[in-house]
Each structure stands twice: as C-alpha cells, then as structure tokens.
Design a protein around this ligand. Structure first.
Ligand code: ADP
Length: 638
C-alpha cells in the first residue's frame, strides 16, 4: 500500500515529537500503557453490557524488550482496531487540545525552540505520538475483537513523512506496538529503554495503578537452594514472567502508602496537566454512601475554564470499572474546577446517563463530595493562607459566582471561604476576621468597588471611611458586588457600599448642618440636575469629601459599578443605576457654583457636566462623551 501523508496538524506535532527536546521522553511508555489499558477497559465494558462472558483476569499487557533487534514491543488483548480505526486514530490527532497549540508550532524545521510549546505538549498529553520521541520507526499491528482471519492490519511509520497500512497476520485480538528504538546520539541514551530495570522503574513510577497486569520477562539472580552450609553462596539466573505493577488503583490504597509524588504523577498523567496540583483530596467513605474519591484542585485554570465550552465533572467508576468520563452531577458549580474521580460499589455498571441523574446514591455522594472539598479549602484557608490566596486568585471568582447563582442556597456553606482585600490589613481577610475587628458603634460591613485595589484605595468615599477608622473591603472582581448583595449581611451587620448615597456615617450635628446647606442651595442643585438631563437621580452637597471636589454615589440597590458590569453583557434592556453627584460643600468649587447660579446659569450647566464627568473618572469609569467634555474644559481654559 502506498504511503499516506499525515494530516497537516498531526505532521507538525510529529515533527515536534521527533526532534523533541522534551525532557521527559520516558513518558512514552506511560502513554502506550494507558492506551492499552483503555482498550481493555473498552472490551471489558462491552463484555459486561453485551454478555460476552469475558473475565477480567484474561486481560494483560506485555512488555517485550529485544536488545539485539533494538525493539520494544507493547502488547494488549483489548478491543483492537479495524483498518479504518487505525487510519482514523493514528493518522490524525483527534484531541480536543490539539487545535490550541497549532499556533505555537509554526516552525518549519520542526525543532521548536519555544519552551512554551513543549509545556503545551505535556498539557494535553500526546498519547501515541510520543512513541516517536524514542523510536525511529513504529509498527502497530491490530486486530479488532471478534475480527476474522483477514482482519488484522499493520500501520507502519518512520515519522513525519507519512505512514502505510497493510494487512498482516495476527492470531489474537488486540494491539501490538513495536518501537524501533533510536540510536544513541548527542549524549541521549535511548538504549536504556531496552533495559529491564529501567522499564520496571518506569512502570512503577507512572503506571503502577493500572488495573491490568503489566507483564515482562525478567531475569534475576537468586541464591541457589542446594548451597551447603559453610560453602560460598552460589547464585543462579532465573528468568520468569513477572507482573510489574501492583494493580491497585491509587485511590483504593491507603493514604499512608502514598507519597506526594505518587499523587502528583497520577494527577498529571490522568488529567493531562503539566503542573502539580495545588491540593489533593483523598476520601474513603463508608456509611450512607460507600465510595473512594480522589480529587485535585489544579494550580492553574484550564485555558477554557471561564468559557461555556468548559465541562465540569468527575470520572465515575463502579467497582473499579470506568462508567463515565465526566459525571457533572457529582460536582456543584461552585467547585467546577475540581478534577478527579469517584469509585463506588453502590452504583450499577449498566446505569445509563438518564438513570444516573435520578440516582439517590449519586446524590448522597455528590453532597458528601461538596462537603469534603469545602472542608479541605477551609483547612487551607486556616493553615496556609499564602497557598489559599494563590488558590483564590485562580478560582475565587467561581465560588463567588456560586453564591450569586445559588440565590442564597449556598450562602452558609461558602461564606466562610470568602476573602477580600482589606483597607486596614493591606491583605486578604475573611468576613469573620473583619467582624472581629469591627468598632463597637459600627453598624455595617463597609465595602467599595472598582477596577483595581489602588483605584479603590484612592476613592474619596473610601478615604472618608478610613479617616473615621473604619475597615473597608475592596471589591475588584465583576461578580463581587452581586455576591455581597446575595449575602446581604454578615453576623447581622448589613453590607454597605462606600459608594452609596446614604452611607450614614455622619453624627447628628453633621447631618443637621448638611441638611441646612442642601436646603439653602436647593434651587442651584436643581438647575444642575436638570442640566445633566437624566444622567443622575440627584445632585447633593456633602461634607465628607475632605479635599476632593466631587464624587459619584448611587441611591438604589444597583451601584454604578454593577451597572457597568451588567451593561457589558448582552441584554435587551440596559441597566441603570440611580447615580447621585455629590459636591463637597467645603470645596472652593461650591462657592463658585453659587456665584454662577446668581449670574450665569448657562455656565452652571457646563460646570455641572464637567463635574459629573470628573466624578465618573474618579470612579474609574469612562467619560460619556469625551469630545464634548474636552471642548467644555477647553472653553474654560481660554
Ligand atoms: P488518546 O489516547 O488521548 O485518545 P492517542 O493518540 O494516544 O490519543 O490514541 C488515539 C486513539 O487510538 C485512541 O483514542 C484509541 O482509540 C486508539 N488506540 C491507541 N492505542 C490503542 C490500543 N492499544 N488499542 C486500541 N486502540 C488504541
């Protein structure tokens, strides 16, 4: 059969593999073993659902190194591939992630210099193609389960210039992959992969948990039994087929048997991440639900995490057999970033997706998982604040979304996990920590929102609160204010925005004084409001602004920041906050406004507009009509 070309995208990946400076060439074995195990899972699952009568004990993987021929063969008796499947599966990279590293791999000679590309390879797991990191030629012989005599085919490739598929002889169903190991070169030793000890170690390191035996003929020297007492001990070489892996899934092992490295390797392999997880949660529970769960909180958010495309879920196993790749019902939305798996004997192997949704047992497990993740995060928050802060910067928004989307249902469970930046601590604090520091007479939890910590910190309204000795929480994510509104209060103290028009921090005599000023300037303020033509709900004189001339607050439930967030989303009707333009009655501008009210009402209108736009700027918002604003400013300058 003539040689076929790889699809363009696969070809580039292949070139990268062949010339790879990827430091972990050894992962090729893990990838091949993992494919073999999947193929056996598929056949076993088919056997259960179609009553084929196969027993689990029949399945095995064999490693056959041949030092003379310089080949390493990996065989399995799994489901195998038809000719079409060989073509489809090994001629193209059918991976979700492959599209995303297209751009990083434009280098024509294939030797990508960009370390980012190489990290990306690790991120998506390269599967079968990684064989080319150590091989100059790869031959895959496969026969599908139930296939007849003429149904075995052989896929051969020497790398990027293409592959060929021919018929071949193969007695049993399954797949046999032979790697023609590269010659040693440039300090790189490929013949290691033909050594027993190296292969044994690699299986232990990466594939120990694989639930089918990985067998290899091994030779070890053993003490001769008939050695007589007093004689020099004599050894003999014994060759036997040994199972290299313990076959116990890692999640079924006891925590005490496992090291961080075991967990990390498992996570990276199974969930195609290239960084260690931030936290590992390993539960074994008996009682109302019996299950083992092994879950991970990643360090980084997947590239599509905050998009619609992201699918949450845990892998679901029933007595060690995977029945679902991503079971969404096991994870609440607020923990959608958790990766992992659940294995339970309480679920039937034949359960369908539809039935699963209504399964009572699954609901019990989901509830218990929610609790477990929460308590792990709480522990991290209390015992390792730095680590928690890093976690929070990656996934905190998701937890806040959880509070907002849950319409209050999740408040109690998630409230304790919240942290916000504090004006007085200059660091993240919990709501309880804030409450414990509250002044006796303080009747609200204060917050202020804006684009960045620095911007919020310099808001006039915040300065006033700080001067009075109040701690202010700074909200800088879009979801924050919505989350606060959903929570409503903490320890019976309402949340109150520093940017609300009725902040109520003045004492009675101050209130009286402001009332008087507003009354005496009432007509002037009305003229200004009218000049602004509906942009603001009110224009008021205030005393709390120290040296700042103006600020913008809002009088309703919707703040100016929330208006901005809502209007950035597609919606038919625009949201509108009831904005209040506050003018500092102690600032010289106030006197100027009074004068204009007396002799030039048109100019007063222009001043009102400029002050309004200045207030927008201070809030970190865009001026509504920049050209008009600039020309009005210039008008005053000349
Ligand atoms: P992935 O395993 O991530 O899908 P691979 O490149 O490793 O990607 O493999 C591509 C496909 O080839 C697999 O999805 C599977 O369908 C098929 N395949 C690979 N190895 C085997 C095997 N040993 N037995 C049966 N099918 C296999």
């Amino acid at each position: 059969m003539p040689k076929k070309q790889f699809k363009a995208e696969s070809k580039r990946l292949l070139e990268l593999m062949i010339n790879s400076i990827y430091t972990h060439k050894e992962i090729f074995l893990r990838e091949l073993i993992s494919n073999a195990s999947d193929a056996m899972d598929k056949l076993y699952y088919k056997s259960i659902t179609e009553n084929l009568g196969l027993s689990r004990g029949e399945f095995e993987i064999n490693l056959i190194p041949d030092k003379e021929a310089k080949t390493l063969t990996v065989t399995d008796n799994g489901i195998g591939m038809t000719k079409e499947e060989l073509e489809k599966n090994l001629g193209v990279i059918a991976q979700s992630g492959s599209l995303n590293f297209k751009d990083g791999m434009r280098d024509k000679d294939g030797a990508s210099e960009n370390p980012e590309d190489l990290t990306i390879i690790g991120q998506f797991g390269v599967g079968f193609y990684s064989a080319f990191m150590v091989s100059k030629k790869v031959v895959v012989k496969s026969k599908p389960y139930g296939g007849g005599e003429n149904e075995a085919f052989m896929w051969t490739s020497e790398g990027a210039d293409g592959y060929a598929i021919d018929s071949c002889a193969k007695e049993t169903a399954g797949t046999e992959i032979t790697l023609y190991i590269k010659d040693n070169a440039d300090g790189e030793r490929y013949d290691e992969f033909l050594e027993q000890y190296r292969l044994k170690n690699l299986v232990k390191k990466y594939s120990d948990y694989i639930r089918y035996p990985i067998k290899m003929e091994t030779t070890s020297s053993r003490l001769k039994e008939e050695t007589a007492d007093g004689d020099k001990p004599e050894y003999e070489d014994v060759t036997e087929i040994k199972t290299l892996n313990s076959m116990i899934p890692i999640w079924k092992k006891n925590k005490s048997e496992l090291t961080d490295e075991d967990y990390n390797n498992f996570y990276k392999d199974k969930f195609s991440d290239y960084t260690d997880p931030r936290a590992v949660i390993h539960d074994k529970t008996e009682g109302s639900a019996t299950y083992s769960a092994l879950m991970f909180i990643p360090k980084k958010a997947p590239f599509d995490y905050y998009t619609k495309e992201y699918e949450k879920g845990l892998q679901l196993y029933s007595s060690g057999v995977m029945i679902m790749e991503k079971c969404a019902d096991l994870l609440p939305d607020h923990f959608s970033f958790v990766k992992g798996l659940v294995d339970s004997e309480d679920l039937s192997l034949n359960i369908s997706r539809e039935m699963l949704q209504h399964d009572r047992q699954l609901k019990v497990i989901a509830k218990s998982i929610d609790r477990s993740v929460r308590s792990e995060l709480k522990k991290m928050l209390n015992n390792d604040r730095e680590k928690y802060k890093e976690f929070w910067e990656t996934f905190g928004a998701q937890i806040k979304f959880g509070i907002y989307n849950g319409f209050g249902a999740n408040n109690d469970g998630l409230r304790d996990l919240l942290i916000f930046y504090s004006s007085s601590e200059k660091d993240y604090v919990t709501l309880d920590e804030y409450a414990a520091r509250m002044k006796e007479a303080q009747d609200a939890v204060y917050y202020a929102s804006g684009e960045t910590i620095a911007r919020v910190d310099s808001l006039p309204q915040v300065e006033t609160l700080k001067d009075k000795g109040f701690e202010v929480l700074y909200l800088i994510e879009n979801v924050d204010e919505f989350c606060m509104q959903m929570l409503g209060e903490h320890k019976e103290k309402p949340f109150r925005s520093a940017q609300s028009a009725d902040l109520e921090i003045e004492d009675d005599s101050e209130k009286d004084e402001i009332k008087k000023i507003n009354e005496s300037a009432k007509d002037m303020l009305t003229v200004m409001k009218e000049a602004l033509g509906g942009k603001v709900a009110d224009v008021r004189a205030v005393k709390r602004l120290k040296t700042h001339p103006v600020c913008l607050t809002s009088s309703g439930a919707l703040s100016a920041q929330m208006e901005k967030v809502l209007n950035a989303m597609p919606a038919e009707r625009k949201a509108k906050a009831d904005k209040v333009l506050e003018i500092n009655s102690a600032h010289p501008i106030f006197e100027k406004l009074r004068l204009l009210y007396g002799d030039d009402k048109d100019a007063l209108g222009i001043y009102a507009d400029i002050l309004y736009n200045q207030a927008l700027l201070i809030e970190g918002m865009a001026v509504e009509n920049p050209a008009d604003f600039v020309s009005k400013m210039c008008g005053l300058m000349i």
